[in-house]
Structures are given as C-alpha cells and as structure tokens.
Write a protein that binds this ligand. Sequence first.
Ligand SMILES: [Zn+2]
Length: 441
Amino acid sequence: MAEKQVLIWNEALETMPRLELETLQLARLKEAVARVTATVPFYKDLYAKANVSDDDIQSLEDISKLPFTYKQDLRSHYPFGMFAVPVGELRQIHATSGTTGKMTVTGYTSSDMEIWAETMARVYTAGGATGDDMIHNAYGYGLFTGGLGFHIGAEKIGATVIPVSGGLTRRQIEIMRDFGSTVLNCTPSYALVLSEAAAEMGIDLRTDTKLRIGFFGAEPWTELMREDIEARMGLEAYDIYGLAEIIGPGVSVECPYHTGLHIAEDHFYPEIIDPETGDALGYDQLGELVFTTLTKEGLPIIRYRTRDRTIRRAETCSCGRTMVRMEKVLGRTDDMLIIRGVNVFPSQVEHVLLEFEELEPQYVIYVDREKDRLDTLEVCVEACQPVFAQGEAVLAEVTRRVRAAMQETLYVSTIITVVEPGSIQRSLGKAKRVVDRRGLG
Ligand SMILES: [Zn+2]
C-alpha cells in the first residue's frame, strides 16, 4: 500500500502499546462499574439482581459477566433517570427522537464535553484536517449530537467553522464556493443531494470549490456510495461513527488507509456479540457492536447494545494507531427485513443498485403484504437523465437487468420500478430508505 500522509492528534494515547492501553481500560472499567453502582439506581438494582460487582472484573474479558443495557432502559428512565450526576452539574443536554417511542436523552458534564472535543479533534486529524481548514458543518444543529459535536471538534483543532446546519441546499453550495470551504461534514445521503443541486446550478464541486475532505456518517453507506461521492465532489470521503447514547460523533473514524474505523478505545470499550445469544465474539467475526463508556460522568453506560452490525479488526494499521478498527457498519440488527422467510438487508439492495451506472443512487424500498399473506419487496429507483430520456424500451431493459441482479443477490424476487430522476423525495438528514407497510392494513 502506498505511503500516506498521516496526522495524529494525540500521539501518546492513539499509538499507545496495546498492553498499556488494556491496563488503562481495565482500571477505567472497574472504576466505571463502581461509579454507576454507587450513583445510578438502575445499575445498582441490575447488578444486585445479577449478583455482580466491580470486584468481579479482574480482566477485560470479565466484562461479559455484566448484563447489557438496552435503548429501552434509557427510554423507560426518561428523561434523567440514568444520569449519574445531579442535573445541575450537566453543561449540555442532547436527545434523539428516533422513529418510535420516547426520546433518548443524554447529558454531558464539563469533563464529558472535554472528552467529546478531544475525540472529535482525533476524528478531524485522522482525516487530515488542521487548524488551517474552513469547515462546512452541514450536520443539523440542535438536540441532534451531529452538529454540535463536529462544531466543538473544529474549535478544538483551531479551524474556522461555518455552522451552516442542514437545509437551504442551494445556499450551502454558494457558501461552499464563496467562503472557500475545504472540509464538508454531513450525512452521505445529503452529500448526494448537495452534488445534485450543484450540478443543477452549473457548479462543478471538483473545480469550483476548495473541498478536499468529507466526514460522512450517521447512516450506513457502501463503498460504491463513497466512490460516487468522491467522484462528484472531488474530495476524500471518511466514514465516521458515533451514537448519542455513547457520546455522539467521535466514537470512531477512518484513517487515510481506509481499512476500517479506529475506535477511541481509551474512552469507549467495544465488544462484538452474537445478537441472538449475547455471547462474546472474537475479532474478524460479524456481530452486534456493544459499547461501554470508560470515562463518561453524566451518562455513563455499561455494555450498551447498539444494534449496529460490524466486525472488529485487530491487525496493526499502517497509520501507527494501535486502537482497534471496526468495519463500516453493515446495517442494524433490527433493520433486517424478513421477506417470505429470507433475510434481506437494505445495504444489499443499495449495493446492487450502485452497480448500475444507468441509475441514480436514490431509492426507496417498499415492503408490503398481499391478501394471500405473501410479502412483496419493491425497489423504486431513479434512472439517470440520459437513460430516462431514451424512453420506455431502454427503461424496460434496465429494469429487467436490475431485477435479475437483485434476485441473484437477495434470493428473493423483487418488483423494480425505475422512475424519473428527481422524483424521489430527498432527505436533509438521515434518508428514509425503507417503508414497511406490513401490518398497516
Ligand atoms: Zn489507521
């Protein structure tokens, strides 16, 4: 692999020898377990019932003796029942709405805010951003952690931040061009919206702007989507990962070698488990990601089930970081669709679609159940303009080939509907790609 320019924000911690790092993690884990037992009634009860305490943690593997924490636990202690400090000690509160149920609330003490800024500074630096950059932050500001997380990280590295937030797409393009934005932060689906809008405005993002780096996350995306975004925008795309329950963005990020996302393991301890049995899985095994916060004060959380599916890699990385890597999130354990008994992941559908250059990367998956109780899977996708303009016969041929490719990958028959470019509703944040109508009528 060719040598890359590597920048590291916190060399002492990010390249710490594994043995030293694991000693630090173990000490912090014991402290965290003792702290939540003393300060959060939920954990006190949970550990009393399971008959475990910090004394049972003699090695990092002993973490598996502790019960899991679920999103539902945060919801049922809404709003502040899981906090480990009095509310007055919090400096900032965020919340995620989710699609169902109550909001999940998270709070940060001064120390938590410093950890967040530190891990976000690591994210920016891993992608090569420095104090000289003009950072165009198009993640939403507000209760969502994306906007402010990327904001405080930009401040930490001493860059200039444009807090543009989401929306007003055409104005975003003008700002990018006129202010000289060099770094773009947004969801990958919004990056596509931006590139489409720029094309309509006659602006070539590759030559008319100074964009050089993009930090894209908050939803799963594929390698083909990365290539597409890089080609349209003329930047290097970095995958980032985080979740509000753990800290927000800042949990992990790719380095210039793009061989997975380095996890800030000195603060967030990762495990991979079998989502069915809860058993620990090793490196290189696909399973559900589980996180324990090792240093957080406001909302410490132990063995949190993220529902995200990925693989952990332990091999050393050419960038010098010793922190383990996780692969791009492959989807969520709870967004798997079961169609006529076959497991289908939306990421598989996207993968097939992106292989067709006749199509735009804009699609919606509809799942429905017919009167005879058979499930139907329909994929509605946009043709690109030149193909659409060629008319019905060409579109029918494309449809036929997409259907065959889909069948080969998913092992389930699919209705493919190819529609006019621009006709699928665009999202300013996380794209809603799946509409499951089963059980609605
Ligand atoms: Zn690396």
